[in-house]
Write a new protein. Structure first.
Lengths: 1146, 133
């Protein structure tokens, strides 16, 4: 038997079901001699585009279908009663594209039910298989072992399968129904047995429906059967031992034609059909496969871009004409200062860009993005273009990007060209808090038939994999949690390797090794309570094999697909977390499916800055007041009359801003707050905006790995002469002192030395670092450069740089776009620190926990105003204190367990005169009320009452009282009538509290705050460790700068950040930052220190670290760690030098 | 009881179909076309590793129901033997009581349409007793 085509095969993109990747499947099928292969993922086309690519690569025809749930009303409940396979017909048997389009719409329908499980009713299926144009079926529905018919065979009702089959036969349009014959060789009479397969053949025969053979594939190889079990367990969130829905046998692999032939022979002989029956079954399968072969180009519109129609933009002329008019008139305005040759050059550049756009047919895409951008601005939402889109003059002239590509020397070819094989996308950053509103407006404007969100696949990484593997194997949950916590940024697929190498995993590695020596459960049979010892080793293997399998899809953080009205016939959509429809395709599918997208990314920093600006206005509602507070010129053009600050108009040469950046006190500032960046800005000491662009571009894996940072810093500081491989490259590399930092410089270098166009150069750049392409680029470069007369030494040196640069490095347009919010956030921190802090706390944009920013506020002397039932709101607000300073008032929203409705009621009822009034109006749950009391939010009410009565009750007494109150009962009769005011009565209740509990200590209060607010407000978490630190002789963060380089010190604090950035030479370096209350200490652990510290590296919260000071710049100092301890494990701490009671370090 | 752990030596056809086996020193000749199916096993309780490439035979074992004639005996008997992969070791799992019960059962297996298919396969009473003899 040759050329068997599998028509029912799930891939890994059937989350928690399929095991194998489309590439493996297609290669295996082709290797067995099949010339086509179907993909039928569960309830979607999640893997379809990858499948088509894989089939094209393997030289076989793709078939696309879905394994979709069937919904039925059982009583008055909607249930899934089975699953059927639906296959799209190809252009050979129907109108090209009709089958695939119908499949997309049918799947979208399956996801559109307002409630109940995903799936299709029989009626929806019967309608959905028809092509709306021709009225003929363009889909085939396969009734197999999992279908309601197949399921009915499991019941004891002998006639049920027959009546179900009849029902389907009658409901489905003629020619659309097929019987799917599958045997997983289960025990006779059980589901997926050959006996059931025979019964399905008989039903097909009786109802005159063609029968085809399949193997309902879940994995490519036999050895992957156990992984399918683990996925079943993960899906059901149960251990394998507890599951009774596991696959009945492990036979669901992509069997060879020979193996399928054997199954077919068994079925036919058990059914008594003889060789004619066998030939018939085989031929039917081949025939259906032929009907469903898809041509990527004609059936799927492979790589054919679709952009919004010009009608939808309301144009009165062609899109090309419109684009030209708009950009030309903007050019005259924007470049009013230019004339003569310079202006001509800009005009030429515009002509080139418009030519390319028109040739690619993307005019409406640009006009659509421009309209979206204007729309966002019209909503009053902060926005900023980012990414390579900033390289385009057209984007600048349309107002999409604020970066002038001419002044910044940015290259259009980096963004778009005829040579480019991928579609462009434009990125817009908006306030994160407004992102969903922006999406909704885009959908409203262009219609959900032209717009959909992009999705993304979330895949197994080490922690999730180890958790699910442990759950499946039935390991103790606490043990698994303990293991999962230790896995830090390790790909699940190399867990065993990590166990052998990473010092922090050595304990775990020993346990795994031990587990191998232990007897297995079978060997222990009969011994009560024997542990499942070998499971730990098995756990490691299972974890590795789960690596990167998709777990679920979710809305992509920014991708919005913009198309024309055919969009929903090209991608199935399903509701996203926020309700708007999202495509089942991810970013890797976009180019192939000709989908153009606009990336609208929510950036918390934009929200934080917007909040800060609002707070500034709220406290200083006039130009004068803001100017005085922020130290601005009264006439500054960025100040509005009402006190508004236009951040996009602030001058880029503000000295206090650069001073702040150079001080390295950049916590909270966009892009430059990480320990590594603080070190870099300390060394680099930026003095102008372009320094920030370079700084951001340098702090990337590429430049770090290829050692660009050191020569750059040395040349910049004048310690070394900049070096250029050839004088021709001076104009290209002068801005970065001879070091190649930007993509744009790579393009120009290639163009100068080979004479190629910039757009070709960009294609070459994309080839760098790709093993298949780079040798071709290298040959071209060497040949052409030699031909142009460059010496072998020059060619050698330049190629070494280009090759090391790889595909890393940074697009200067990105760097320039990023540097804008970096500068703006530093400017706010320098001029309006309290309002800026309120913005940071409100939107939490950075890498650090909020509590570190509390410490930062304390360092800057910004008062932190405690929770107050009357003064606190649902947001963090800047507030003027009695002494005239500006502080930040904590938000009620941060209180643990306080519900959104409770918050709403509290704020609506403010201010409160008494505890009783608070109870009546806000109707808080007792735990919430207790937490508010614990956090001191009720102290103002309490203090008022105490002042009147002279009571001496403390906060602990108040908490005890609140805790003793009866739970709140909802009783409408007692509610105040609308408009009724509370009588101005003294708070008798709080004035007469029982006294007697001891006052809470500061340490207790801080601990409560950490529990309930995740912030230490009243004091620093480390304060209570002060005696211990003094005894140990620990140096504080604010003392380090005064120490000499290379001084041995002990530092301590609470961990605030851990990073393992890629480093030169591939060796891992671990950066750990600890906060000790006086500031942040950044420590660096190299290999030896990592080994000495072992498991402490990633798991421990409070650390004591011994190390050597390393001066990084005029204002920067870090500690190179030698060893670390757990500060809470007092027994193991090093003995303090000298006698106990030796003079403390401070 | 009812499950044995006796290893047997099996001789198969080139297609992998059992022909004869030696169990406890006695030759058993397969005298009718055998049936086979697969049955799950709890691999997570006894496997120590699942390295890349491992996993064959973890989820299921192959069961062969053989009608055999033991040397020097006149009456056939039905036995279930298990094939473990990837080691390809064979073990006897169950020996059924002598026909006519087993024959009837075999008949039901091939034509489930005419019988109550749901009750198959049945545990046969008396197996233990026979084995004890």
């Amino acid at each position: 038997m040759r050329n068997f085509i599998h028509l029912h095969a799930a891939t890994a993109f059937s989350a928690h079901f399929g095991v194998s990747w489309p590439e493996e499947m297609a290669q295996a099928a082709a290797a067995d001699g099949a010339d086509a292969l179907a993909i039928t993922d569960r309830d979607g086309l999640y893997g379809a585009v990858k499948h088509v690519k894989a089939c094209m690569a393997a030289g076989i025809d793709p078939i696309i279908g879905v394994d979709v749930a069937v919904r039925e009303e059982v009583g008055d409940v909607i249930e899934v009663t089975g699953r059927v396979v639906v296959l799209a017909h190809g252009g050979a048997s129907a109108r090209p594209g009709a089958g695939y389009g119908a499949l997309c719409r049918l799947i979208s329908t399956a996801h559109s039910a307002p409630k109940g499980p995903v799936g299709l009713t029989l009626t929806q299926l019967a309608q959905g298989v028809l092509d709306p144009e021709s009225g003929r079926p363009v889909l085939s529905v396969l009734l197999g072992p999992y279908s309601p018919v197949g399921k009915a065979m499991e019941s004891r009702k002998y006639l049920l399968p027959r009546s179900k089959f009849k029902q389907w036969k009658e409901a489905m349009p003629a020619g659309s129904l097929v019987a799917e014959i599958t045997s997983h060789l289960n025990a006779p009479g059980d589901p997926l047995s050959t006996t059931h397969a025979v019964r399905m053949v008989k039903l097909a025969q009786e109802f005159d429906v063609p029968a085809v053979l399949s193997n309902a594939v879940r994995y490519v190889n036999q050895e992957d059967g156990p992984i399918a079990d683990v996925l079943d367990a993960a899906k059901s969130i149960a251990s394998l031992a507890a599951l009774n829905t596991l696959q009945p046998t492990g036979q669901a692999w992509l069997k060879s034609a020979a193996q399928m032939g054997e199954i077919a022979r068994d079925i036919v002989s058990q059914g008594g059909y003889g060789s004619a029956g066998l030939a018939r079954l085989w031929a039917n399968t081949a025939q259906l496969a032929d009907k469903c072969r898809l041509d990527p180009s004609t059936d799927l519109g492979w790589k054919q871009p679709h952009t919004p129609e010009s009608e939808v933009l309301g144009l009165t002329q062609t899109a090309g004409r419109e684009l030209q008019q708009r950009t030309e008139s903007a050019l005259v305005q924007r470049f009013a200062g230019l004339s003569g040759g310079k202006l001509e050059k800009v005009k030429d550049r515009l002509a080139v860009e418009l030519g390319t756009i028109s040739e690619l047919g993307f005019e409406t895409y640009f006009l659509t993005v421009a309209e979206v951008s204007d729309m966002i601005a019209g909503m009053g939402v902060r926005r900023a273009a980012r990414g390579s889109g900033a390289s385009s003059l057209v984007n600048y002239l349309l107002g999409i990007s604020a970066v002038d590509p001419i002044a910044n020397n940015l290259l259009f070819e980096r963004f778009l060209s005829n040579d480019r094989s991928t579609l462009p996308d434009i990125d817009l950053d908006v306030e994160s808090a407004q992102r969903h509103n922006v999406y909704k407006r885009i959908f409203e404007r262009f219609g959900s038939k032209r717009v959909t969100l992009m999705s993304m696949q979330n895949s197994y990484r080490a922690r999730g994999a180890v958790r699910d593997a442990g759950l499946a194997l039935g390991l103790d949950k606490a043990d698994i949690d303990q293991i999962a916590k230790q896995l830090w940024r390790i790909p699940a697929g190399s867990l065993r390797e990590a166990l052998a190498q990473k010092p922090e995993l050595c304990d775990l590695a020993a346990q795994v090794h031990q587990s191998l020596q232990a007897p297995s459960q079978t060997e222990l049979e009969g011994i009560q309570g024997a542990a499942q010892a070998p499971a730990l080793n098995l756990l490691v293997d299972v974890t590795e094999r789960l690596d990167s399998l998709p777990r679920h899809i979710s809305m992509h953080p920014c991708g919005v697909i913009l198309g024309d009205s055919t969009l929903l016939g090209r991608t199935p959509v399903q509701p996203s977390g926020m309700g708007l429809p999202m495509s089942q395709f991810d970013k890797h599918d976009m180019d192939a499916m000709g989908m153009l997208k606009l990336d609208v990314l929510g950036v918390r920093m934009q929200s934080a800055m917007a909040h800060a600006v609002q707070e500034i206005i709220r406290l200083h509602p006039s130009r004068e007041e803001v100017a005085v507070q922020g130290g601005h010129d009264r006439a500054a053009p960025f100040l509005g009359e009402g006190g508004a600050i236009d951040l996009d108009a602030i001058p880029l040469d503000d000295e206090p801003t650069f001073e702040l950046i150079r001080s390295t006190h950049t916590l909270g500032c966009f892009q430059i707050e990480s320990p590594g960046q603080r070190e870099l800005v300390g060394k680099m000491a930026p003095t102008e905006f372009s320094d920030l662009v370079i700084d951001i571009s340098l702090f990337r894996p590429g430049p770090m790995k290829s050692n660009m940072v050191k020569p750059f810093l040395e040349s910049r500081s004048g310690f070394a002469q900049p070096h250029y491989a050839h004088p021709d490259l001076i104009p290209v590399l002068a801005e970065t002192h001879g070091v190649t930092v930007f993509h744009e410089q790579v393009l120009r270098t290639l163009a100068i030395m080979t004479g190629c166009t910039l757009s070709r150069a960009d294609e070459f750049r994309r080839g760098l670092g790709k093993a298949m392409v780079e040798p071709v680029v290298e040959k071209y470069f060497r040949d052409k450069a030699a031909h142009k007369g460059y010496s072998p030494a020059v060619i050698e040196e330049v190629w070494a740089t280009l090759s090391a640069f790889g595909s890393f490095g940074f697009c200067k347009a990105h760097g320039a776009a990023f540097a804008v919010p970096t500068y703006q956030s530093a400017w706010l921190k320098a001029h309006h620190p309290a309002e800026f802090m309120a913005g940071l706390w409100e939107h939490d944009p950075g890498m650090y926990p909020r509590r570190l920013l509390v410490a930062e506020a304390r360092r800057m002397g910004i008062p932190i105003l405690p929770l107050d039932i009357n003064a606190s709101a649902g947001e963090y607000h800047a507030e003027r204190t009695d002494s005239g300073e500006i502080g930040v008032r904590l938000s009620l929203a941060g209180v643990y367990g306080l519900s959104a409705t409770e918050l709403k009621r509290i704020v609506a009822g403010q201010p409160y005169g008494s505890l009783a009034e608070l109870r009546d109006k806000a109707k808080l749950s007792r735990p919430t009320l207790k937490r508010l009391a614990q956090l001191g939010a009720l102290d103002p009410l309490h203090n008022q009452a105490k002042d009147r009565t002279g009571s001496t009750a403390n906060r602990a007494d108040l908490v005890a009282h609140v805790n003793s109150l009866p739970a709140h009962k909802s009783n409408k009769a007692n509610d105040p009538i609308h408009g009724q005011f509370a009588l101005p009565m003294d708070d008798v209740e709080l004035g007469a509290l029982a006294v007697g509990l001891p006052e809470s200590s500061l340490a207790e209060i801080v601990s409560t705050e950490l529990d309930l607010l995740s912030m230490d407000v009243s004091g620093h978490l480390m304060d209570s460790y002060a005696p211990l630190l003094d005894r140990l002789g620990v140096s504080r963060a604010d003392q380090l700068l005064g120490l000499r380089n290379n001084t041995e010190v002990l530092v301590a604090g609470v961990r605030v950040a851990t990073q393992t950035p890629p480093m030169r030479g591939g060796k891992r370096v671990v950066f750990i930052s600890v906060d000790d209350g006086t500031g942040c200490v950044d420590t660096t652990f190299f290999t030896q220190a990592q080994q000495k510290s072992g498991p402490l590296l990633f798991g421990t919260r409070m650390l004591l670290i011994r190390g050597l000071t390393r001066r990084t710049g005029p204002r920067g100092i870090t500690v190179q760690a030698l060893e670390a301890w757990d500060l809470q494990d007092t027994a193991r701490l090093p003995t303090p030098p000298g006698l106990v009671g030796a003079p403390a370090n401070r | 009881m009812g499950t044995f752990t006796d290893a047997v030596t099996m001789e198969c056809s080139p297609e992998g179909e059992p022909l004869r086996l030696w169990w406890r020193g006695l030759l058993h000749e397969v005298i009718a076309p055998p049936m086979n199916w697969y049955q799950r096993r709890p691999w997570w309780t006894d496997q120590r590793s699942l390295r890349p490439g491992e996993g064959v035979g973890y989820v299921d074992v192959q069961i062969w129901r053989l009608q055999v004639l033991r040397e020097d005996e006149a009456e056939s008997l039905t036995m279930d033997v298990v094939l473990y992969r990837p080691s390809l070791r064979w073990r006897v799992m169950k020996v059924h009581a002598r026909v006519p019960l087993a024959a009837k059962e075999a008949q039901e297996l091939v034509s489930p349409e005419c019988a109550n298919a749901e009750v198959l396969p049945v545990e046969v009473a008396g197996t233990e007793e026979w084995f004890g003899a």
